[in-house]
Each structure stands twice: as structure tokens, then as C-alpha cells.
Design a protein around this ligand. Sequence first.
Ligand SMILES: NC(=O)c1ccc[n+]([C@@H]2O[C@H](COP(=O)([O-])OP(=O)(O)OC[C@H]3O[C@@H](n4cnc5c(N)ncnc54)[C@H](OP(=O)(O)O)[C@@H]3O)[C@@H](O)[C@H]2O)c1
Length: 340
Amino acid sequence: MGYKVVVAGATGNVGREMLNILAERQFPVDELAALASRRSLGTEVSFGDKTVTTQDIEQFDFAGWDIALFAIGSDATKKYAPIAAAAGCIVIDNSSLYRYDPDVPLVVPEVNPEAVDGYAKKNIIANPNCSTAQMVVALKPLHDRAKIKRVVVSTYQSVSGSGKEAIDELWDQTKGMYVPGQEKEPKVYPKQIAFNVIPQIDVFMDSGDTKEEWKMVTETKKIVDPSIKVTATCVRVPVFVGHSESINIEFEEFLDEDEARDILREAPGIMVIDKREPGGYVTPIECVGDYATFISRIRQDVTIENGINLWCVSDNLRKGAALNAVQIAETLGKRVLKKG
Ligand SMILES: NC(=O)c1ccc[n+]([C@@H]2O[C@H](COP(=O)([O-])OP(=O)(O)OC[C@H]3O[C@@H](n4cnc5c(N)ncnc54)[C@H](OP(=O)(O)O)[C@@H]3O)[C@@H](O)[C@H]2O)c1
């Protein structure tokens, strides 16, 4: 016997990937419901070799459903996640709404699978921010060996991290550069994204950090270790899919670059591609559609006693969102629900 699974936000970037990944990984689905807003009522979405018709979340009864994977943004999640959870359906949520709630586990299965066991307080499990997810997969095995003191991270985040309208904005602005009369003003982003980079993701906070930067700091502490200090600069780049990160790590103990490479090669969810030659590293376009978090450019930071630099790339719609959510469902199945 398998599970009755709901995908909420099935017409979006993350929701469509959730459907693909549930099918690819043969998650034991007995019955599947695809939900979105009323705007999408009747829209057909693919689930493996089947087609599923989208239902209006407003009219949906969550009673009797086991797991709901949510990717509908914080506002709609605020309305519908408590309804689903109260009906006994366990919500795995991709929005930031519940990530910082002490009664909601924030889970990356390669890092803190045991945290799933705390789901029952609210019947909700949170999925981290896309930039956090790939970074903590890389940090955890190194932390276990040499204890991380501080991380300095700069991100290069693709537009698919801001939803389907952002993908259209990059596409339309790029075309508009070449076709007179088709220039497109920024709507999703505060400045032009085509042929540009924007050092602002999410809103500014009083500290001068953006909310995205704050999320990376706070989520890394919750998932890996509250003692780790993180400082982040998050930048939007004109890439459709795939987030990249330059990560500088300072450890308590010395960690040689070759040992760091060996540790990462053995670590779950990681693929090391690290040849010191032109092209001997991974770029975002190469990670699209993959499950792995790719690590390249592993090298000693000789300006501090115990430092390592590395380059980290992953498909933000997969490890950063849909894959991680399905992995949480798998972990929940193995550790708690035990069906399938
Ligand atoms: N993209 C990423 O890399 C990423 C990573 C981590 C987390 N997330 C989070 O995942 C969520 C979805 O992101 P996305 O990139 O998939 O966005 P998206 O492509 O814009 O899709 C949004 C989805 O939410 C649905 N939706 C919006 N408002 C709704 C409402 N009031 N009621 C029901 N459904 C509603 C949309 O349905 P309609 O088509 O009917 O409008 C659509 O299915 C967001 O919370 C985002 O922060 C995204």
C-alpha cells in the first residue's frame, strides 16, 4: 500500500518538478491530486506517463490524504497549510512561512533526517530556501570532520528561484535587447536582469542584509549547528535554472584540501568535479535536471589558519525545492509512516 499524495502549486515551476521527481523516484503514490488556484482549474499537468487535471485548492478536502507537498508561496500557504494539517494530512512546505517556527522541523535529508520525527506538533515540515539547501549539503560532512566556525558565502542565483514570471522577464528582456520596440521594463525585479546582475534578493532588513541573506544565516544554524557563523551576499544573475555559490569556510581544526575533496566525494548528495584545468568545474547550465549538489574549485584559503574555498552548484528547482521535498516525504515514509 502506498500514499495518497497532494501536490499544491502543481502548475508552478516547483510543483511541476515535484510531479516529475515523484514519478522518477517511483515514490509509492496510490492516488495523486494536483492543486493550484482557481485560475488553473482544469489545467493538465504531467505525472510520469499520466496526465492529471488540476483542481482548485479552495474546494479541496484534505481529509484522508497522507502527504501534501506545498509550493504555493507564503500567503496562500498561510491559508491552506493549517487546513490540510488539521485534516490529518502532513504538509511539506516550500515557502518560508514555517521555516523559523520552533515547532516545525526544517529538513535536508542528507543533513538532519532525524528532525523529521518532530513533524507531529503542527503536522508540518518545512523545506529550506534553495540557496541554503545546497550549501548545507556541502557544509555538513566538513563540519563533522573539522567543526566549522564561520562561513562567508556569495550566491549567483538563477531567475527560476523567483517563479515563472521571472523566467518570462529574463526571456522577454533578452529578446527585447535585439528587437526594436520590444524592450521590456523590469516588473519582477527592481532593475533589468538581462545582461546584468542584481545584488538584492528579497526585501532589505534593518541590518542592511536582505531577507534572503538572513534566511541563509538562520536556516544554516537551524539545520546544521547554531554555533556556525554565516555571512552571505545574495545576487540574482541572468541564468534560467541553477544556483551557484562561492563558499569560504573557516574551521576550528586544520583541514587539508585533499582530505576535504575526499570527504566530499564520499558524502551523500554530492558530486565532486574538480580538475584544475579549463572547464574542470561545474557551471549552472550543467546541473539542470540533476539531483546532485556539485562541488568544484576546492582549495586551501591560505589567508587564514584553517580555511577552505569551494564552488557549489545545484538545480534550485530540484535540490533547492522539489527534490528536497520529495526526499523529506521519503524520509517521513521510512522513519514514521512506514507504508509503501
Ligand atoms: N523556485 C525555487 O527555486 C524555489 C525554491 C525553494 C522554494 N520555493 C518556493 O516554492 C513556492 C513556489 O515557487 P515557484 O517557483 O514554483 O512559483 P511559481 O512558478 O510562480 O508557481 C506558483 C504556484 O503557486 C500557485 N498559487 C499561487 N497563488 C495561489 C493561491 N492563492 N492558491 C492556490 N495556488 C496558488 C500557482 O497556481 P496558478 O498557476 O493557479 O497561479 C502556481 O502553481 C514559493 O513559496 C517559493 O518561495 C521556490
